[in-house]
Write a new protein. Structure first.
Length: 339
């Protein structure tokens, strides 16, 4: 990172599909990020990945990338159970970290990660790209304007039929790697409810089911109770058709965001607003939310600011996931501890 060009130099740990499909194009678009290296335990795989994605340098191990003094920050798209250890090793090496969601497999792991961030004086941010899309900003503006009155209910859904995609070896089916629909999809719904209500839930109830032959939960339905008589309902699933949407209901109307969790770079997305005055659809211009996410974190690094997605955001989500897993296992309503 230099004063002259004011860019942040990045490396990627691993050759995950999401890195190739989503983050690498965003890195290449960014004016404040420079993607310099990728690491893989398979050096041939690293060479192939780098050639396919325009990455100039490869490392044959994650440790070698973390030892590279030219790298300022790392992106971690590894399996969920590896997030904690490699994020902590990266921060111990003085690197800032953008970590894929879920940040960790438990609130205890997430706390250890942020403690290391504080100890080392580097930034750690969880990758909730949807937060940076103008669609999310517009929904927040409409709520702040009181267009539907006080929001009281949020309904969210995030699903896709992983079981139909010939991926029986996908790590998302495996509990031991931190898989499951709740961490992969449901966490977006949890973050949406906490973000739009501006509060933490106090109780959680959930039911979950597995798909035959797999160890991780494949589907979860959940109810989150918030202070002031507010409620969030959501479901996440690897067994249902693709759905990405949320609805915020108030005393005078409702707002629905269509395709909020992966709106795409080339098409506008929509918001439906229904009030006493009638129904209207708003188009929100296409944006690459991944590039907006990277630009934000780079700006925070360069200007020594705290990221918009905070320690409390990430740990709050993990506390909810911990409670939902406990509820699904026990069949009881679970109180969520205050952070």
């Amino acid at each position: 990172m230099t004063t002259e060009d004011q860019t942040v130099t990045w490396g990627i740990l691993g050759t995950a599909r999401i890195a190739a499909q989503r983050l690498i194009p965003a890195f290449h678009e960014s004016q404040v990020a420079r993607l310099a290296a990728v690491a893989s335990r398979d050096k041939d795989r690293a060479h192939q990945f780098a050639d396919q994605n325009g990455i100039p340098k490869i490392h044959g191990s994650y440790e070698a990338l973390l030892d590279d003094e030219a790298i300022d920050a790392v992106y971690i798209p590894l399996p969920n159970h590896l997030h904690k250890d490699w994020a902590i090793q990266a921060m111990a090496a003085g690197k800032h970290v953008l970590c894929e969601k879920p940040l960790a497999t438990s609130a205890a792991e997430g706390t250890a990660m942020f403690d290391e961030s504080d100890r080392r004086g580097v930034l750690l941010m969880e990758g909730f790209m949807y937060r940076f899309h103008p669609q999310t900003q517009r929904v927040r503006d409409l709520l702040a304007q009181g267009r539907i009155g006080a929001p009281r209910l949020i309904r969210a859904a995030h699903s896709f039929p992983l079981h139909l995609r010939d991926r029986d070896n996908d790590i998302r089916w495996r509990e031991e790697t931190g898989g499951g629909s709740l961490g992969d999809l449901g966490i977006y719904c949890i973050d949406t409810a906490r973000h739009l209500f501006g509060a933490d839930p106090i109780r959680a109830v959930a039911t979950s089911r597995r798909h035959p032959g797999h160890t991780a939960e494949a589907e979860t339905q959940a109810i989150l109770t918030f202070p002031d008589d507010r409620t969030a309902l959501f479901d996440s699933s690897f067994l249902l058709a693709s759905r990405k949407r949320y609805e915020v209901v108030g005393e005078r109307g409702r707002i629905t965001a269509l395709e909020p969790y992966n709106p795409g770079r080339g098409t506008a997305v929509q918001i439906e607003v229904i009030t006493e005055e009638g129904r209207r659809m708003e188009d929100v211009a296409a944006q690459n939310e991944y590039r907006l996410e990277i630009d934000h974190l780079c700006t925070c690094i360069l200007k020594k600011r705290q990221p918009a997605i905070t320690r409390e955001d990430s740990l709050g989500n993990l506390r909810v996931i911990d409670a939902l897993k406990e509820s699904a296992h026990s069949g009881r309503c679970v109180e969520i501890p205050v952070g």
